[in-house]
Design a protein around this ligand. Structure first.
Ligand code: HEC
Length: 183
């Protein structure tokens, strides 16, 4: 019973998003793109210069730092992070409401109805969710079937003993960038 109420609350807060000011949507899009471009370009550069294992080491040492750097550029009251239902880095685990949004995204994706973003209004903050799909074969090198690459697999298992972020296929929902914007 309680669960159903939470879910319908969530859906109504997502629908309420239609009244969200345009500046909020613009900020969410700009900030999430800033992170994705930073991470994406550095990742590609590392893979082509030093190979997958080094690139994985690079991600592990720098992804959180890069995320914090993007955070530091933002106005007070705006912050971002990456979240997923199956995390590699436990620091990226979603909060309860965020997990529900990710689950809704998963359902929307299945029905072919997942848009470019979702907005949640939690009272004090708008939360702008930018879905991250596996659109690129490169993602599968480190989030697909790792048994093809024993060295990489060994590094990931040692560095992230609780890793859940493998077994993905093209088109899967990998997670989201979440931009929190104070109202
Ligand atoms: C060279 C290996 C490698 C490649 C290629 C790679 N990742 Fe990752 N990914 C990692 C590692 C290592 C982490 C954990 C470090 C971190 O980001 O905090 C991670 C973390 C993530 C996270 C944060 C959530 C979590 O599980 O901790 C997301 C989202 C993500 N990757 C998406 C992608 C997407 C989308 C692609 C393709 C564009 C991709 N990754 C390609 C290695 C890789």
């Amino acid at each position: 019973m309680k669960k159903i109420r939470l879910l319908s609350l969530l859906i109504s807060s997502l629908l309420f998003a239609q009244n969200v000011p345009k500046e909020i949507l613009d900020t969410g899009e700009r900030v999430s793109q800033e992170l994705l471009q930073q991470l994406g370009s550095k990742l590609k550069q590392e893979v082509s210069a030093n190979g997958l294992v080094k690139a994985a080491e690079f991600c592990s040492a720098n992804a959180m730092i890069l995320t914090e750097e993007v955070n530091l550029h933002q106005l007070e009251g705006t912050s971002l992070k990456r979240i997923s239902l199956k995390v590699r880095n436990t620091a990226n685990a979603p909060q309860e409401d965020e997990r529900k949004v990710l689950e809704s995204m998963q359902k929307m994706l299945k029905k072919g109805k997942l848009g470019a973003y979702l907005i949640e209004d939690d009272g004090r903050f708008y939360k702008y969710y930018k879905p991250l799909l596996i659109k690129n074969e490169l993602c599968l090198a480190c989030h697909g079937d790792l048994s093809k690459n024993p060295k990489l697999s060994q590094f990931i298992n040692e560095r992230y003993p609780q890793d859940k972020a493998t077994g993905y296929k093209m088109g899967d929902l990998r997670g989201a960038v979440l931009v929190k914007i104070k109202k």
